[in-house]
Design a protein around this ligand. Structure first.
Ligand code: NAD
Length: 246
């Protein structure tokens, strides 16, 4: 039997790279997808059992090629982790259409395209999809009109896919991370936002990439075999409090 394979998007750094490493520790192979070719190649060069696929998840032709390349290499896809994402924070009046489309293209179109492209392979393995949303998709707040809306849509997309693909044995779940000190977050979290998160989160701290990876890999694997259509907030308790987003 060939080795179990995960396809992780946005795998060059941050939560996607930590997820790649945890899959590898558990004996999976990983098709690492990212549009940042230099960062991706650098990350892949120091890891065994990976294939680097430099593709943009918002482009339908590139996503089709991505699925072909992963399948050609591994012969199977057991889990798809839709993790690639971009963040833009700003007032609604400053969110021009180009910004709106850029956020939607990666955060929403990318999840739709990758899920669709990998569905035939996932039917063969009765595999799993894990989408990465955000607490910004669970709660409305200022400054996140495009980001929050894209992540709320990912939560609904998760439920649509779970409802439709369940009969094929495919499970589809979603993780809603709280703040993690990645490049994406640190580009938009001001000192005020950082302080406010620490106060609003019951555990009083940011999460780590590894803590998110543990939840993602759990949902992707056999321990979660009866879990589908769910949103798991890995957020230090933030969503349970009802406090508004900073
Ligand atoms: P990150 O910026 O460290 O990593 C994101 C990766 O995605 C990068 O390597 C980037 O090149 C890649 N990427 C972006 N657009 C792409 C595209 N169109 N095609 C292919 N690759 C693309 O960010 P991160 O914090 O690790 O984010 C991972 C996911 O977690 C994102 O979906 C993000 O929205 C979500 N998230 C992060 C936080 C946080 O605080 N860090 C909180 C909630 C949700």
């Amino acid at each position: 039997m060939t080795q179990t394979c995960a396809l992780v998007t946005g795998a060059a750094r941050g939560i996607g790279l930590a997820t790649t490493d945890l899959f590898l520790e558990k004996g999976w192979r990983v098709a690492m997808v990212d549009r940042d070719r230099p960062a991706l190649l650098e990350a892949a060069a120091t890891r065994d059992n990976v294939l680097a696929i430099a593709r943009d998840v918002s482009n339908p032709q590139e996503v089709a090629a991505m699925a072909r390349e992963a399948l050609g290499w591994a012969g199977r896809i057991d889990a798809l982790v839709n993790n690639a994402g971009v963040a833009e924070f700003g007032p609604i009046e400053h969110c021009d259409f180009e910004t709106w489309r850029r956020v939607m293209a990666t955060n929403l179109d990318g999840v739709f395209l990758c899920s669709q492209a990998c569905t035939p392979a996932l039917k063969e393995t009765k595999g799993a999809i894990v989408n990465i949303a955000s607490i910004s998709g669970l709660r409305a707040s200022t400054l996140r009109v495009a980001y929050g809306t894209s992540k709320a849509a990912v939560i609904q997309l998760t439920k649509q896919y779970a409802a439709e693909l369940g009969e094929h044995g495919i499970r589809v779940n979603c993780v809603a991370p709280g703040p993690v000190r990645t490049k994406l977050a640190m580009a938009v979290h001001t000192p005020e936002i950082i302080q406010a998160y620490h106060e609003a989160i019951p555990l009083n701290r940011y999460g780590s990439e590894r803590e998110l990876a543990e939840v993602i890999v759990f949902l992707a694997g056999p321990q979660a075999s009866y879990v589908t259509g769910q949103v798991l907030a890995a957020d230090g308790g933030f969503d349970s409090t009802g406090v508004g987003l900073p």
